[in-house]
Write a protein that binds this ligand. Structure first.
Ligand code: 13P
Length: 248
């Protein structure tokens, strides 16, 4: 399967720094250096239009970091999939742990956002993952299974069209990566759950996220059930992000 490498810029960037970062990615020509990986960047909403325009004709896709569960209406401050689809955006991250924890997003809301993304022709990248306290109390399996179940129950046959990202919360921005074995173990569970829901969903790409860097990417991506990565901090440095895409 072709790997998928997604950069989540989070709330970083400016027009000037974005232009520099994109210049670094474009000049690295990822179509030559990472022919076996699809590459996506997810800037903040306000920059989606600029970034999509800058990447026109370049083999790097654009995604958003969130979307509303609604298409349109009196939802102040929200941005819908319908709106960003018009800009040439292809992916939407939903259920990132920072949204779940700082914005109290429930499993069901995340599932509805995934459904909304699909209804507007976007591929949802659904994030799941346990906190440190949950891992230490042996709840990892239960938590990720519950988060994924809401999506399975809501999407029906559309399940085959999504991407899932496993991001252990304790590994995000901490420099503490899950070991390749720890990540693989959870990915295998997610794969089995998807397959049990729908045999074709075994092919859903499973990304790992949490302190992925150029020096650990090769080993992580070599795991049988790790189909790529969701990259935070290292996606803000062109050289690092290119190196990770090459590792794929
Ligand atoms: P870091 O790569 O900075 O740990 O962030 C991971 C992440 O949250 C990507 O969505």
């Amino acid at each position: 399967m072709k790997k998928l490498v997604v950069g989540n810029w989070k709330m970083h960037g400016s027009r000037a720094s974005n232009a520099e970062l994109l210049q670094g990615l474009v000049s690295a020509d990822l179509t030559v250096t990472a022919p076996r990986a699809d590459v996506v960047v997810c800037p903040p909403f306000v920059f989606l239009s600029d970034v999509a325009a800058a990447l026109k004709g370049v083999a790097i896709s654009v995604g958003s970091q969130d979307i509303s569960a609604q298409a349109q209406g009196a939802f102040t401050g929200e941005v819908s999939g319908l709106m960003i689809r018009e800009l040439g955006v292809k992916y939407a991250i939903v259920g990132h742990s920072e949204r779940r924890s700082y914005h109290a997003e429930s499993d069901q809301l995340v599932a509805e956002k995934a459904k909304s993304a699909l209804s507007h022709g976007l591929v949802p990248i659904v994030c799941v993952g346990e906190t440190l306290a949950e891992r230490e109390s042996s709840q990892t399996e239960v938590v990720v299974a519950r988060q994924l179940k809401a999506v399975i129950d809501t999407l029906g046959d559309q399940l085959v069209q999504i991407v899932v990202a496993y991001e252990p919360v304790w590994a995000i921005g901490t420099g503490k990566t899950a070991s390749p074995e720890q990540a693989q173990a959870v990915h295998a569970l997610l794969r089995a759950q998807l397959k049990a829901a729908m045999p074709q969903a075994a092919a859903v790409p499973l990304l790992y996220g949490g302190s992925v860097k150029p020096d650990n990417a090769v080993e992580l991506f070599a795991q049988p059930d790790i189909d790529g990565g969701l990259i935070g901090g290292a996606a803000l440095k062109a050289a690092d992000f290119v190196a990770i895409a090459r590792a794929a």
